[in-house]
Structure formats: structure tokens, C-alpha cells
Design a protein around this ligand. Structure first.
Ligand code: IMP
Length: 425
């Protein structure tokens, strides 16, 4: 067995850190790229040669003809996956032999989406993407899920589906008076999908472990961000999986000891979509400016993202949870031409200063950020390729981020395209 050459890319904020671009850059140097949690709630935008690709389920490594794996921890919307593959094929991207879907992955069913919408319609609103993610993971934990492998035993699948649909019909009728779903119609639809996906289905536990043991370069890509993690995020305003490095082993079957390094990704500021506390959130023209310049609209839902300053307290906590030593900072260019840039170094909670992340969303919502203020920088950064050539003020800001988070900034993104990246040696 050779020494593992594994790396994982995780977001240290509330998702949308620009992981897609970093993964795309690293995928070039990898042999295998693995998605291990989340589902079609994610949206990775990658720009290649001026062509834009938005991927929800297929790892962006597919654009580099890498071996791409959708591992067991992902919940898969099969219709979306097939659409994505068809679109990639029509644009000349090779899928055959490059895409592998875990036989243990759970399948997002139509009633999961209906339940997601029904739960969002009353009581606590999370602001989900309504892709059925939470209800699918809930069924997985309640042992009422349907896995990819189940689709290949049609009789057992039909029987299991009938029981699940009957139960969900009762819940949906009570919640929102929904018309009952027909299990036979759903069964036909999903058995049809099974025909389409069967060439991609594999024992990915074996496939990925073999690759790691053979010393291949394996890249694990997280979706969402650490602050949306079901255990460590701003619960209950989170997604329903472990959207950080903690999710790798459960989501792939690759043991923790085989994961060599974790690269964190953070924007030079912060954004969040959906509900939930966001201490450094900006309002009015300041937020509008970042949103406009940064194109801060959800890749999956098109929702405008909430924008604010870099939250050092929350990010330092995320660095700890993931064991991050190296960080990629994205969208530094978006902050150009702002007079003052801020960074939250602590919170004030109930009159006391704290540098810890409160466990409750309610307490976090009461936290007032305490800022360190930096002089802004001017000009177009998009042609800069060396850290030393950045404006002095930008370097001061980034060096402060490094010191505060106790990490090394190894990459800085200064524009959307692949090449608009500073890689520090
Ligand atoms: P869900 O994952 O659709 O259940 O949504 C739960 C929360 O996670 C909501 O606040 C969503 O806006 C957020 N969320 C889910 N996926 C992403 C993502 O890829 N980027 C940013 N936020 C996300």
C-alpha cells in the first residue's frame, strides 16, 4: 500500500465559497474526484474557456476526464443526474468509464421534495433549496430510504415503495392536503431511471479505497460549507449532512487515517442563502454592492445571497473542526475599491466579549460582531498572478486572516476564470 495522496476541499463558511473553481484547478492534478455528501442542493459553477458549466451532482472533475465518483453519502436526484449527464454529453464531455455512482447512495424520491416544500410552508422555515435533501436524509436515518441498489430488485423495490408512499401520502395529506401519490407510477418512473444509470453504478467503497491504496491522487469535494453542517453548523439552519471533512469517511467508506490534507476555502467576505443567523451581515447599499460585484445569486435557486464581512469567529471554529492548515481565499477582487474592509475578531454576547461559536442559532443571532477595520485597496486585481504583486492593503488584510485563523493562504482567487488565480509556492 502506497502513502495516501488524498486531499479534501471544504468550505469554511455557509457554502458558496467558490469551491467549484478550486476543485476544478485541483482536479487537473488528481486522478479520482469524489463527492461524498449533499445532493442537488449544491451548485458548482465552473468556467472553462469562457464556457460556463453549472454542476449539481456530477463532480466537476468530469470536465478533465477524471474518474468521478458520487459516493454513498450523497443523496441522488436521478432525474437531475440524468439531465446533467445528457447536457454534459451534448457539450462533448466524455462520461463513459469516468462516472461512478455508489450502489449505496440514497435516492431522492418525489415525496421527499413534496415534504421539503410542505415543511417549509409551515412552522420553522429553514429556507431550504427544496430539493428534498432533508426528508431524504431523514428517511435514511429512519431506515425508510431507498438506495440505488434497491432499484435493481424490481419486485422488492415495488413492495417497499408501496409501503413508503402510503405512509408519506398520509403525512402529506395532513400537512398540506396534498393529493395522494401513486406508488405504481413512481415505481415505473424510477425503474426507467435504473435502466439509464445502471452503467454508472459501482461498489465505490472498493473503487475509492483501491485508488487511495494504490497511491493515486484522490480529491474529495465537499458541498455546502462547515457552518451548514448538521452537527457543527448553525443548527437548525443547516443542511442535513456533514458538509465538512467530518463527513468524508461516513460518506465514502475511506477511513479517516487515509485522508492526508484538508484545504479550506473561504471568500474574502461572507455570504449566506436561506434563513439563519449571520452576525456580520450587511444591509442596504453596502450589501448590494458586494452582491452586484460578486454576482451573489444562488447557482441552484437563483436566490440573492445575503452578504457581509468575513466572520473570523465562525471561520476559526470551522478551521478547528476540519483541521485546516491551508486556505484558499476566493473573490478578493470583489472587495476592490471599497474604502474600508472589516473582519470580525470576536462577538459581543449579552454584554460579554467572546471568541467562541455559540451552539444555539438563537444565541448566535444575538451576537454583535467586534470588527478589525482595514484600509481598502483599489484597482483591478484580475491580472495579478503573484501574492507579492497584490496591493499593499490587500496583503495586509490577507496576512491578518492568516494570523487570525492560524493557516497559510496558499491560493487567492482574483476572478472567475481558472487562470485568474494566485498560487503561492
Ligand atoms: P437544504 O440543503 O436544501 O435542505 O437547505 C438547508 C440550508 O442549506 C438552506 O439555508 C440552504 O440555502 C442551504 N444550502 C443548501 N445547499 C447549499 C449550497 O450549495 N450553497 C449554499 N447554501 C446551501
Amino acid at each position: 500500500m502506497k502513502a495516501p495522496r488524498t486531499i479534501c476541499v471544504v468550505g469554511i463558511q455557509w457554502g458558496d465559497e467558490g469551491k467549484g473553481k478550486i476543485v476544478d484547478l485541483l482536479a487537473k492534478k488528481s486522478e479520482v474526484v469524489v463527492r461524498y455528501q449533499g445532493g442537488a442542493n449544491a451548485g458548482h459553477t465552473v468556467v472553462v474557456g469562457g464556457e460556463k458549466f453549472v454542476l449539481h451532482l456530477v463532480p466537476s472533475g468530469i470536465l478533465h476526464r477524471r474518474t468521478c465518483v458520487i459516493a454513498n453519502g450523497v443523496v441522488v436526484d436521478l432525474a437531475q443526474l440524468i439531465r446533467e449527464v445528457d447536457e454534459l454529453r451534448s457539450r462533448g464531455v466524455r462520461i463513459e468509464g469516468n462516472l461512478h455512482l455508489s450502489d449505496r447512495s440514497h435516492v431522492v424520491m418525489p415525496y421527499h421534495k413534496a415534504l421539503d416544500a410542505a415543511y417549509e410552508g409551515g412552522g420553522l422555515r429553514i429556507g431550504t433549496t427544496q430539493r428534498g435533501i432533508g426528508p431524504c436524509y431523514a428517511d435514511k436515518a429512519s431506515r425508510k430510504g431507498i438506495r440505488v441498489s434497491s432499484l435493481f430488485s424490481p419486485a422488492a423495490f415495488r413492495e417497499m415503495l408501496r409501503a413508503h408512499v402510503e405512509e408519506k401520502n398520509r403525512v402529506l395529506a395532513a400537512l398540506c392536503g396534498a393529493k395522494p401519490m401513486d406508488p405504481d407510477v413512481i415505481a415505473e418512473e424510477y425503474l426507467g431511471y435504473a435502466e439509464r444509470i445502471k452503467e454508472w453504478v459501482a461498489d465505490t467503497v472498493e473503487l475509492v479505497n483501491r485508488a487511495v491504496d494504490a497511491g493515486k491522487r484522490v480529491l474529495f469535494e465537499a458541498a455546502q460549507g462547515t457552518l451548514l453542517d448538521i452537527d457543527f453548523g448553525t443548527y437548525p439552519y443547516v443542511t442535513s449532512s456533514n458538509s465538512d471533512a467530518c463527513g468524508i469517511s461516513a460518506g465514502t467508506g475511506v477511513p479517516p487515517g487515509k485522508i492526508r490534507s484538508i484545504l479550506g476555502v473561504a471568500k474574502a467576505y461572507c455570504t449566506r442563502v436561506g434563513e439563519g443567523p449571520f452576525p456580520t451581515e450587511l444591509a442596504g447599499p453596502a450589501a448590494d454592492r458586494i452582491r452586484r460585484t460578486g454576482g451573489e445569486y444562488g447557482a441552484t435557486t437563483g436566490r440573492p445571497r445575503r452578504c457581509g464581512w468575513f466572520d473570523g469567529v465562525a471561520s476559526r471554529y470551522a478551521v478547528r473542526v476540519n483541521g485546516i492548515r491551508e486556505l484558499a481565499v476566493t473573490k478578493l477582487d470583489v472587495l476592490s475599491d471599497i474604502d474600508e474592509v472589516r473582519f470580525a475578531t470576536s462577538y459581543r454576547l449579552d454584554g460579554k466579549k467572546t471568541e467562541s461559536m455559540p451552539p444555539d442559532a438563537e444565541a448566535l443571532a444575538r451576537c454583535e460582531p467586534v470588527y478589525e477595520t482595514f484600509r481598502g485597496w483599489k484597482g483591478d486585481l484580475s491580472r495579478i498572478r503573484s501574492f507579492d504583486d497584490l496591493p499593499r492593503e490587500a496583503k495586509i488584510y490577507l496576512k491578518f486572516v492568516e494570523r487570525y485563523l492560524n493557516v497559510r493562504i496558499s491560493m487567492v482567487s482574483v476572478g472567475r476564470d481558472r487562470e485568474k488565480t494566485i498560487v503561492r509556492g
